[in-house]
Design a protein around this ligand. Sequence first.
Ligand code: UVW
Length: 337
Amino acid sequence: MTTATTQNRWTRRPQGSNWGDFGADDQRGRMNLITDERRLAAIREVKDGKAFVLSLPLDFPGGDEPGAARHAPRLYSNKLGEMDMCNAPLTPKDICCDDSVDLTLQYSTQWDALCHWGRQFDVDGSGTEVPVYYNGFRAKTDIACGTADHGPYAHKLGIENMAETGVQGRGVLVNLVKPYGAGRTVVDYDMLMKAMDEQGVEVRTGDMLLIYTGYCDAVMAMNKQPDEEKLAQCGAVLKGSDERLLDWIDSSGISALIADNQAVEGFSADLSAGENGLLPLHDRCLFKLGVHLGEYFWLKELAEYLDSVGRHAFLLTAPPLRLPGAAGSPATPVATV
Ligand code: UVW
């Protein structure tokens, strides 16, 4: 496809992408598929009135990530003048706590913004690749790095774009623990389809698809002392190099893809990258299709309940923080069944 955006960002879009389909300057991607009608249909999936919180406590998995790119949250009290606002005696009658937090946005239960993952791509057929994100938005000018004066800021594709949609629609859960156990299994297209068929999972356009792997069950059991070697053996991961799986994500019409594991897909610890980069599923979803990825969701209780009542669909309400310019966000999603 050849088209011109209002800012002439690209005339050539990546194969397998939907750039331009939701508008030349779209920043919401497949969230556009959650229409009012589909949201109403999702509300009609509520039968029992039960609510499940799908967030880990945000100080899990615990400690700093290996390499310390991502840190556990650090709470501290605000100051009112010299007064530390922890049990602070504001008046002779009143006491008050008032905190701040240093919060790594992609440490625990989180959404990836569409500016989280891009690649080098020749956007105009000139033979020169440039670093771009979904819909051709540019590294540096659209997604600005921090300077001595200010932090990084995504002028385009920041997580606030997702938040502004409300992120409420039909959730459908596939239970991979049932057929494949709680150990590390790499799940390809055939395996995912088999699990879905066996469980009678029907995916509709605009659905948010949740994959229960058991990884976060292990994270929770480790009680903030994560054992990385053991965790590497826990929970299924999707096989990002399986083109049939990626094509199905495209043709299924899902609006978001969510898992209770680290990255939805598996990746090699030595960071070796193939034709579609280190994380081909991230490439297809975030860069090409505008499908947000949710990670470290807490799915055990929901999965067990749905299994016990023989259902798979529910109302999912999962907005990220409406934090302008950010590449990701923690969330406290709720499934209403
Ligand atoms: C990486 O780990 C690079 O990304 P994500 O948080 O999407 O898994």
